[in-house]
Design a protein around this ligand. Sequence first.
Ligand SMILES: [Zn+2]
Ligand SMILES: [Zn+2]
Length: 157
Amino acid sequence: MEIVLNLMIVFFAFWAMEFVAWFSHKYIMHGFLWILHEDHHNQPKGFLQKNDAFFLIFAIPSMFSFILGALLNIIPLISVGAGILLYGIAYFLMHEILVHKRYKTLYNLLFKNSKSRYLKALLKAHYAHHKHLTKDGGESFGMLIFHPKYLKLAKEK
Ligand SMILES: [Zn+2]
Ligand SMILES: [Zn+2]
């Protein structure tokens, strides 16, 4: 039973992170931390962006859960850490590899020949987000969950 419970915690933590990512993107990154997110909307020249700082920021709660869970022997806390970590990996694969193609080799390996309508829709949703170059307005602040209209758009083409 304990394994089922912990898998549920991993699952819940994973999807809770989609909410956290949506919320912080909409209200923090497009809010008072726009200064760190701006270069992601305005095509920086170098490989690293200030926006990458968010990866470090989001890694902290995961690390914290792993370390504390291990020290205090609280398995559910380790499951929370695992859920956050898995979300980080999923976000990285979708945003850095699929959408922005920052690692060409990985892109070719994983996504080049994909016929997935979900992935096509995810691309469209995030491109719609990037059409906005300023802090205000905007759409599609989430990553894995987006407006169903993009699924329709992905089918049309
Ligand atoms: Zn943004
Ligand atoms: Zn982006």
